[in-house]
Design a protein around this ligand. Structure first.
Ligand code: T1G
Length: 699
């Protein structure tokens, strides 16, 4: 059982003990009910306290149980709460640290609630595409008021217990103790003090009204509509809370239940639940145990004060870690520091950063022109020009000066980390840390594991990634690692579609309707079309039989590199990001088509989306087969955090699971028939073909 029972004098204490956050899984729910039964049968027991062991009261229903029959198996959470409300002796919730979702609902079912300060209180179910399903939408408005409750339920955000205790007329907490240390004793004393109070108060019996109900909920619906594109749950939260103000409690519960079950079966909720677990799973490396000793990162060095080097440095400064930046020339250092200052000052101007914090961060930054000054850094990250010869010179220098045990990292986005490691005598200390531009903004970090990279180096950099608030995904060594290797196939399909009859804006609009933050051509204009051009030039010699559309090269030959030069696939007005279609580009595409003897055809949005997304899926299947990525969910995380893949689709592989891998393979067979496409590429990766044939998914 993952709930302990112990009697202290005349008070029985039931302690949830299901680490890490006392998720209310079946055995925990059973433990609570068993404890309630024992307490009620023991004449010596006059009152009951429920609390949580470790770092949480309870983080809510056990998300890992979702989609399994355990989640609904009796006693389900509503049954547990009913058992509490119907108990013959008062039940007091002793709340500390975290009380979220079903954990807060459990507390709301108790007769009394005693809380410690600093506790994170939330109903975050909406972030999983559902809504509170154990009475939260009906009970929370009864104890903190309709508007405060609806705000919490629609946002899913946590509020500190001491803030909620200050709400006028609140009945959420009967007592807020002075400190977390005082909670246990004070909860026992409180339980004793109410042992004989009858009738025992029930939240469900409290009134729930809003003075201008119709007007308020109309306003709430309008607000929610704006912020919940692609997600049905927030609007349903409004319906459920409105039911609390218009219906008897039991009827309101029925409304909540129906909405909860319907939302649980939406693709959006499956995507959000998948990503919740995927993001946490990404930090786990199969052959690197979580207790692997980590090296201490007390200071960091960054080689290169350009856009990437400056952004990388900011991540560590923001985490309070001193950074020493090295450049070859003082003016390059000055430029780099000026850019960092400009970025911080922009945040201060937007009130996103306090002046004193800005100054603290800048005080942690130092610069040098001399490698010898870097020798004491625990981690050094090079962000110099993307050319192997330059990397070789840098790593040879680092190998000569860095102290033993320092971690040497390259920010390379395409080069072979094994080759870079072998420029040194310490390949076990070399790793790739591929930041995405802008490095101080993008959350994704690809941690590229060389064949010699030591396990403790991997454990150390994964922990450092968490400290600088990055979502780190481990990649093996290959050209483009995970993200850029896949995006190359995505871009190739975009080029073929232009040759076959699409305009750039037709492809972009189709992908943005699918949910991409930006279509491939607007993204090329943002990142710089010359980056892809340089890679294709390499490919033309390395892989002469790899088929590419020449359209993008024609665009680059006209110097249309994108926003940075005011023109790319689209035109741009200085200071604005609007992509303005350009007739000359469209004519260039049409002329190129004609030169190839291609008669343009009408291409549906569905084909556009399938060809671009299934190109990602097929390449991802190869990446999984080759062991470049450890698991499918890691690849979804890469695309969500690094490439603007729509969250409500859960990532390219989750989306493929939703479409059905059989259907993905069928579509690929159709694409392979198209003489203007690349039939060889559309041969399903063996892993994909196998899963499809067996009716399985990537997970
Ligand atoms: N169920 C199962 N595991 C959970 C969990 C949960 N509810 N919450 C966290 N974990 C695991 C997580 O996967 C990770 O596992 C570890 O705990 C640490 O998490 C009926 C239906 C509680 C604020 O949405 O917001 O109740 O990777 O890295 O930063 O209405 O976790 O170590 O194996 O996030 O300290 C509603 C979600 C559920 C809360 C702690 N509850 N959790 O943050 O640690 S639905 C939630 C969080 C529900 C009812 C409905 C955070 C946290 P592993 P972590 P953290």
């Amino acid at each position: 059982m993952t709930a302990e029972y112990k009697v202290h004098g005349s008070v029985a204490v039931i302690t949830l003990a299901n680490p890490p956050v006392n998720g209310l899984g079946l055995s925990t729910r059973q433990g609570i009910v068993d404890g309630l039964d024992k307490a009620q049968q023991d004449a010596a027991v006059k009152a009951i306290v429920i609390t949580g062991a470790g770092g949480a009261f309870s983080g809510g229903a056990d998300i890992k149980e979702f989609g399994t029959d355990k989640a609904m198996q009796e006693p389900n959470l509503n049954s547990v709460i009913a058992a509490i409300e119907n108990a013959s002796k008062p039940v007091v919730a002793a709340i500390h640290s975290v009380a979220m979702g079903g954990g807060l609902e459990l507390a709301l079912g108790c007769h009394y609630r005693v809380a410690a300060p600093g506790c994170s209180i939330a109903l975050p179910e909406v972030k999983l595409g559902i809504l509170p399903g154990a009475g939260g939408t009906q009970r929370l408005p009864r104890v903190i008021g309709v508007e405060a409750a609806l705000n919490m339920i629609v946002s899913g955000e946590a509020i500190k217990s001491e803030m909620l205790a200050m709400l006028p007329g609140q009945k959420l907490f009967d007592k807020l103790v002075d400190s977390p240390e005082a909670l246990a004793a004070e909860a026992l004393a409180f339980a004793q003090s109410v042992a004989d109070v009858r009738p025992m108060p029930l939240v469900r019996n409290l009134p729930c009204k809003h003075p201008e109900g119709d007007a308020y909920f109309q306003f709430a619906r309008n607000m929610v509509k704006g912020m919940s594109k692609n997600f049905p749950a927030p609007a349903k939260c409004v319906d459920a809370v409105e039911a609390a103000t218009k219906k008897k409690f039991a009827d309101g519960m029925a409304v909540e239940r129906e909405i909860f079950i319907n939302l649980m079966w939406t693709a959006e909720s499956r995507s959000l639940r998948h990503l919740f677990l995927a993001e946490r799973a990404a930090s786990k490396i199969p052959d690197v145990p979580s207790d692997t000793p980590k090296r201490e990162i007390k200071s960091v060095a960054v080689i290169g004060a350009g856009t990437m080097g400056g952004g990388i440095a900011m991540n560590f400064l923001n985490a309070g870690i001193p950074v020493k930046m090295l450049e070859m020339k003082q003016e390059a250092l000055d430029r780099g520091i000026a850019t960092i200052r400009k970025n911080y000052e922009a945040q201060v101007a937007k009130k996103k950063l306090k002046q004193d914090k800005y100054e603290q961060r800048m005080a942690l930054l130092s610069t040098t022109l001399d490698y010898a000054d870097l020798k004491d850094a625990d981690l050094v990250i090079e962000a110099v020009f993307e050319e192997l010869g330059v990397k070789e010179a840098v790593f040879k220098q680092l190998d000569a000066v860095m102290k033993p045990g320092a971690i040497l990292a390259s920010n390379t986005s395409t080069l072979d980390v094994n080759k870079i490691a072998n420029f040194t005598q310490r390949p076990q200390d070399v790793v790739g840390l591929h930041f995405f531009s802008p490095a101080n903004v993008m959350k994704l970090l690809e941690v590229v594991r060389g064949e010699a990279t030591a396990k403790d180096v991997m454990a150390t950099v994964m922990a450092a990634a968490k400290k600088i608030k990055k979502v780190a995904v481990v990649s093996g060594v290959c050209d483009g690692f995970i993200g850029n290797r896949m995006i190359e196939q995505y871009g190739r399909q975009g080029g073929f579609l232009l040759d076959e009859g699409c305009t750039p804006q037709q492809v972009d609009k189709a992908m943005e309707k699918f949910g991409m933050a930006m279509g491939p051509f607007r993204m090329g204009d943002l990142a710089g079309n010359d980056i892809g051009w340089a890679i294709r030039k390499r490919r033309y010699t390395e892989k002469p039989d790899m088929k590419y559309s020449k359209t993008a090269d024609l665009l680059c030959e006209k110097g249309r590199f994108g926003q940075k030069v005011g023109k790319g696939w689209y035109d741009y007005v200085p200071g604005k990001r609007d992509a303005i279609p350009n007739a000359e580009v469209e004519q260039m595409i049409a002329d190129h088509r004609a030169a190839l003897g291609i008669t343009p055809r009408k291409i549906s949005d569905e084909e556009i989306v399938q060809r671009l997304v299934f190109a990602l899926v097929n390449e991802a299947a190869h990446i999984l087969e080759e062991g470049i990525a450890n698991k499918a969910s890691d690849i979804d995380i890469v695309y969500i955090y690094g490439y603007g893949f729509p969250v409500h689709r859960g990532g390219p592989l989750n989306y493929a699971n939703e479409v059905g891998l059989f259907n993905v393979v069928q579509a690929m067979k159709r694409f392979a028939q198209n003489p203007l496409d690349d039939a060889a590429f559309w041969k399903p990766a063996p892993l994909l073909a196998k899963l499809a044939a067996e009716g399985k998914t990537f997970n």
